[in-house]
Design a protein around this ligand. Structure first.
Ligand code: PLP
Length: 382
C-alpha cells in the first residue's frame, strides 16, 4: 500500500460525501468501464458502494488479519448475518458451536429457519461430534474462539482440515481474540468476523463489524453489501482507525490483566472455579497455548455462593462498571444469568452451564494492582 494520504495528511481524511460527482459523461463512462475490471478503484460512485475513509480502515483490518480483503459493516451482528445470508441458500445446513454469542444462535435458529436453512449445534472443541453432524447439504461451519462466556478454544487447524475434506466453508468469529492474539486465516480458516465494537475500536463508543478473507472469497460479500445496506459511516470508520492505532498497547495490557486476575481469582477461597484459556486448569489450555499469542482480557468465574452473593460482589466493585460488552478501555462486569440470559428458560440456561453465581469480567486497561485491590475488597462482600 502507498504511504501517505491526500493533502499530505498523516491521518486518513474523513470523506463525508454520500455521493460522488463526475466531470462529464465521458468521465462517467470511463469509470463504469474501469469498474467492470476492478473493484478497488481510487474513486467511488455512491456512498453505499464505497467510501475512501472506510476503505482505508478496511485495508488496515485486512493487513492485521493477514487477509486480502476486509469489509466493514455497521455492527458485529451485521457481519455475522451478512456472511450467513450470502454463503447459505434455502435447503442448506450449517453447524454452529455452542457457547457462542447468544444473538448469533438466535439468528441461526429462528431467522434462518424461515428461509429453509437448518442448523445443528455441537459443543465447541468436539471435532468428532462436529464431523458426525455433517450432512450431504452442510455448507458451513460457524464457531467462535475463544467462546463466550467459557472461553472455549477451537483447534482451528483441525477444524479447517476437516472442513476441507468435506468441502465446507469455515467462518470464525474471533472477536474475543483480536488479530493480535489469533489469526484464524493462518490456520486455513476461510473467513473471520469481528465485532469491531469490542477490542478493535476499543472505547465502547461505536458499533461496527468486519468480515475478512483471502483469495476473492469476500467478493460476493462486498457485492451484497450495496444491496443489504449495512454500511459504516465515514466518521465511525475514522474512530475505528483511531482505535486501531493503540490496539497493540491495549491488548498487551488486557492480556496481562487477564492473566494476573485469572491467577489471583483461582487462588482465592471465595471463588469456586475460573475459566481463562491462559490457566493450565482451562479445558482448552493446550490448544490456546499452541495457536494464540495472548489469552485476552475476559475472565469468567463462579463465586462460592449463590446468585445473590455474586450480585453483592458485583455491586461492591468500584472500578468495573456493570454493563454488557467487552474489549474497551474500561473494565466491565456482568452476571450472564441477569444479562444475555435473563429471558432464557432457567432449565435451558443451566443446561448451558450458566449458573446464577457465574460472573464475566471483561478487563480494560486499568492498572493491574488497582484492579486486584478492588476485587479483594469486593470479595469481602460475598
Ligand atoms: C463474539 C461476538 N460476536 C458478535 C457480536 C455482535 O457484535 P455487535 O454488538 O457489534 O453487533 C458480539 C457482541 O457482543 C460478540 O460478543
Amino acid at each position: 500500500m502507498r504511504r501517505g494520504h491526500p493533502y499530505h495528511s498523516l491521518t486518513p481524511p474523513v470523506v463525508r460525501s454520500a455521493t460522488y460527482t463526475f466531470a462529464d459523461t465521458a468521465d462517467l463512462v470511463q469509470f463504469m468501464e474501469e469498474r467492470m475490471f476492478s473493484e478497488d478503484l481510487e474513486r467511488q460512485e455512491y456512498g453505499r458502494y464505497g467510501n475512501p475513509t472506510v476503505r482505508a480502515v478496511e485495508r488496515r483490518l485486512a493487513a492485521l488479519e493477514g487477509g486480502d480483503d476486509a469489509i466493514l459493516l455497521s455492527s458485529g451482528m451485521a457481519a455475522v448475518t451478512t456472511a450467513l445470508l450470502i454463503f447459505l441458500s434455502a435447503g442448506d445446513h450449517l453447524i454452529v458451536t455452542a457457547d457462542s454469542y447468544h444473538k448469533t444462535r438466535v439468528f441461526v435458529k429462528r431467522f434462518l429457519r424461515r428461509f429453509g436453512i437448518e442448523c445443528t449445534v455441537v459443543p465447541p472443541g468436539d471435532l468428532q461430534q462436529l464431523e458426525a453432524a455433517i450432512q450431504p447439504n452442510t455448507r458451513l461451519i460457524l464457531s467462535e474462539t475463544p467462546t463466550n462466556p467459557f472461553l472455549r478454544c477451537v483447534d482451528l487447524e483441525a477444524m479447517a482440515s476437516l472442513a476441507r475434506r468435506h468441502g465446507l466453508r469455515t467462518l470464525i468469529d474471533a472477536t474475543f481474540a483480536t488479530p493480535l492474539n489469533l489469526r484464524p486465516l493462518e490456520f486455513g480458516i476461510d473467513l473471520v468476523v469481528h465485532s469491531v465494537t469490542k477490542y478493535l475500536a476499543g472505547h465502547n463508543d461505536l458499533l461496527a463489524g468486519a468480515i475478512i478473507g483471502r483469495d476473492g472469497i469476500t467478493t460476493p460479500l462486498r457485492e451484497s453489501q450495496s444491496l443489504l445496506g449495512a454500511v459504516v459511516d465515514a466518521e465511525v470508520a475514522y474512530q475505528i482507525h483511531r482505535g486501531l492505532q493503540t490496539l497493540g498497547l491495549r491488548v498487551e495490557r488486557q492480556n496481562a490483566n487477564g492473566m494476573a486476575i485469572a491467577r489471583y481469582l483461582e487462588s482465592h477461597p471465595r471463588i469456586r472455579r475460573v475459566w481463562y484459556p491462559g490457566l493450565p486448569s482451562h479445558p482448552d489450555h493446550d490448544i490456546a497455548r499452541r495457536q494464540m499469542q495472548g489469552f485476552g482480557g475476559v475472565v469468567s468465574f463462579e463465586i462460592d455462593g449463590d446468585g445473590l452473593a455474586a450480585s453483592r460482589f458485583i455491586d461492591a466493585l468500584r472500578l468495573p462498571h456493570t454493563a454488557p460488552s467487552l474489549g474497551g478501555v474500561d473494565s466491565l462486569v456482568e452476571q450472564p444469568a441477569l444479562m444475555s440470559y435473563y429471558d432464557t428458560d432457567p432449565e435451558i440456561r443451566l443446561a448451558l452451564g450458566i449458573r446464577d453465581e457465574l460472573v464475566r469480567l471483561a478487563l480494560g486497561i486499568e492498572d493491574t494492582a488497582d484492579l486486584i485491590a478492588d476485587l479483594e475488597q469486593a470479595l469481602t462482600h460475598v
